[in-house]
Every structure is written in C-alpha cells, then in structure tokens.
Design a binder for this molecule. Structure first.
Ligand SMILES: [Zn+2]
Length: 182
C-alpha cells in the first residue's frame, strides 16, 4: 500500500511524501526553492515519526530549482539528523541546479557511498542553440570510472548534442557513489 500526502507547503518549497509499507520505503519529493523558509525541522519530525515503519528514505530532488546558503545549511542539518536514525538514504532523481551545488558541497547528497539513481544533465544543440535537460542513469557510468556523457540528438534538427557543462566538474559526484550497484 502506498499513499501520497503533501506534508509541507512552505512557499516556495513543497514536499510530498509517499509511504510504501510493502517495501518499507518513504519517498520524499521536493519541488521549488530551498531557502530560509523551508521548515526542515517539521520535515525531520515527520520522517522520524515513520522511522520504525520504514527502512529506506528515498529523496527525489528533481523539482528543486534553487538552493540558497541558508537553505543549504538547513538541508545539510536535515541529512545529518537523518543519518542519526536507522534509515538508509538514497537519491532517486537530482535536478541540474541541485547537482551543481552538490558538486561544491558534496554532503548535499548525503555521506559518501549514498546511492544516486538518476540525475539531470544539460545538453546544447550547436546548430539551433537549444538547451535541453536529459535524465541520465548513474549505472551507465561504471561506478564513476567513466565520465563520458551519453550522446543525444537534437529533437528538431537531429544534430548531435554537446554536453553543456564542464564534464570533470559535473560528474565529480559520481566518485562518491557506491562502488558496486545496490
Ligand atoms: Zn538542433
């Protein structure tokens, strides 16, 4: 059984929770901007209240568009408190703005060894100059050994797209993923 509940609406951030008692998983989907208005204490209390029912906390931050320095502090504190519970942590999907910050502040993605399943990566068409985001699977990167972005074609002109970030920086987070797939 799983149920979706909006648990926090602190503009401009919204959090939806999905609890599955079958898989003993709590998934949190965050969308919007993480700033000083985000109430991570309330969020932690919610998570903590379920800590005896669920074993895995899955975070989906693909909807996170921005995170400021005050939001960053709250987020890091939230993750630190989660680590003090028996819950395991996993990231399902990570947005481009979130990942850009996480490459500077790696603990935004939990302690080293925290799995990340999918992440957004920016591409650009050299012909029409269109920028597009593609959801990449970390399993395609051989546990961080390979940092070669997969190729895509432009939807309008079929030209091969170029990766639109510095690869060495953007894929840095891959090195902290678990070495074998979990
Ligand atoms: Zn094009």
């Amino acid at each position: 059984m799983s149920i979706d509940v909006p648990i926090l609406k602190a503009p401009p951030l919204s959090v939806e929770a999905n609890v599955s008692l079958t898989t003993r998983t709590l998934q949190l989907r965050l969308a919007g901007v993480i700033n000083e208005q985000a109430h991570f204490r309330a969020l932690f209390d919610y998570v903590f209240g379920l800590a005896s029912e669920v074993r895995l906390l899955v975070l989906d931050v693909q909807g996170v568009q921005d995170i400021n320095s005050s939001g960053l502090r709250s987020w890091l504190l939230f993750l630190k408190k989660v680590q003090e519970t028996p819950l395991r942590l996993k990231f399902a999907r990570v947005s481009e703005p979130f990942l850009e910050r996480a490459n500077i502040y790696p603990d935004m993605l939990g302690p080293a060894g925290t799995p990340v399943e999918k992440f957004e990566a920016p591409y650009c068409c050299p012909k029409c100059d269109n920028r597009s985001l593609h959801l990449l699977d970390t399993q395609a990167f051989e546990g961080g050994k390979s940092a070669v972005p997969p190729s895509f074609r432009c939807e309008s002109c079929q030209t091969d797209l170029l990766f639109d970030e510095l690869e060495g920086q953007y894929f840095r987070f891959l090195q902290r993923l678990p070495k074998e797939n979990s």
